[in-house]
Design a protein around this ligand. Structure first.
Ligand code: 13P
Length: 248
């Protein structure tokens, strides 16, 4: 039985003061029942997460990770640095990185590989744009995105990653994929992983992201292949984030 996992992606939001309120609210209300919880924060706040979450069941991580281990890569953050501050996760290939920072499938795959090699759990994001969906290209888009990652990870490494399906048109728009739409893509992704490693596919947590809120979380999370959520806007309020965890 796969455990549910709810991860907050804070994106470029927060301040020391606001984070403290949010983190203490999450910790106070979090009951580790059927679901695990984590927050992926801007890199400058990793130390704050380590200080405020270390003795709690809430995990944390970064929103990106360099494909390189160390060296002359100005502005990049290495997997070892995320680990230095106790991170468990690193989001890779978020659609905002793909769209605004030109990250292609190959780079995303290298980032996933760097994370796994260092001992971080990459949360590999895939998802189609509205244009791709309307052109009937959802399956081919997400499968190509996933395949690039499958191509660089060895079979055993597939047990050490988390996937997230985030339709680009649902991110920050208030439009959510219907549970059936999301389930269809999640099942497809799981099948694709199963072709490489059936056991890894059966155990893999595949999260849904895109305007998930306490009100719609229950129906999405009731789908057989939806194992949790990657939450943007609703992760910035403890009450909403906890509401989604409760729905899981
Ligand atoms: P929203 O929940 O704000 O739509 O963002 C989803 C997302 O991009 C999480 O990574």
């Amino acid at each position: 039985m796969r455990r549910k996992l709810v991860i907050g992606n804070w994106k470029m939001n927060g301040s020391r003061a606001a984070n403290s309120v949010l983190l203490s609210g999450i910790v106070a209300g979090f009951k580790s029942g059927k679901a695990d919880a984590a927050v992926c924060v801007p890199a400058p706040y990793l130390a704050q997460c380590e200080a405020e979450l270390a003795e709690t069941p809430v995990a944390w991580g970064g929103q990106d990770v360099s494909a390189y281990a160390a060296g002359a890569y100005t502005g990049e953050v290495a997997a070892s640095m995320l680990l230095d501050f106790g991170s468990k996760f690193a989001i890779v290939g978020h659609s905002e990185r793909r769209a605004y920072h030109g990250e292609n499938n190959e780079l995303v795959a290298q980032k996933a590989l760097a994370a796994v090699n260092a001992g971080l759990v990459p949360v590999v994001c895939v998802g189609e744009t509205l244009q791709q969906r309307e052109a009937g290209k959802t399956a081919v888009t997400v499968c190509l995105q996933l395949q690039a990652v499958l191509d660089v990870l060895d079979t055993a490494a597939l047990e050490k990653i988390v996937l997230a399906y985030e339709p680009v048109w649902a991110i920050g728009t208030g439009k959510t994929a219907t549970p059936a739409m999301a389930q269809e893509v999640h099942a497809l992704l799981r099948k694709q992983v199963a072709e490489r490693n059936a056991a890894a596919a059966a155990g893999m947590q595949i999260l849904y992201g895109g305007s998930m809120k306490p009100e719609n979380a229950k129906d999405l999370l009731a789908q057989p292949d939806i194992d949790g959520g990657l939450i943007g806007g609703a992760a910035l309020k403890a009450e909403d984030f906890l509401g989604i965890i409760e729905a899981a």
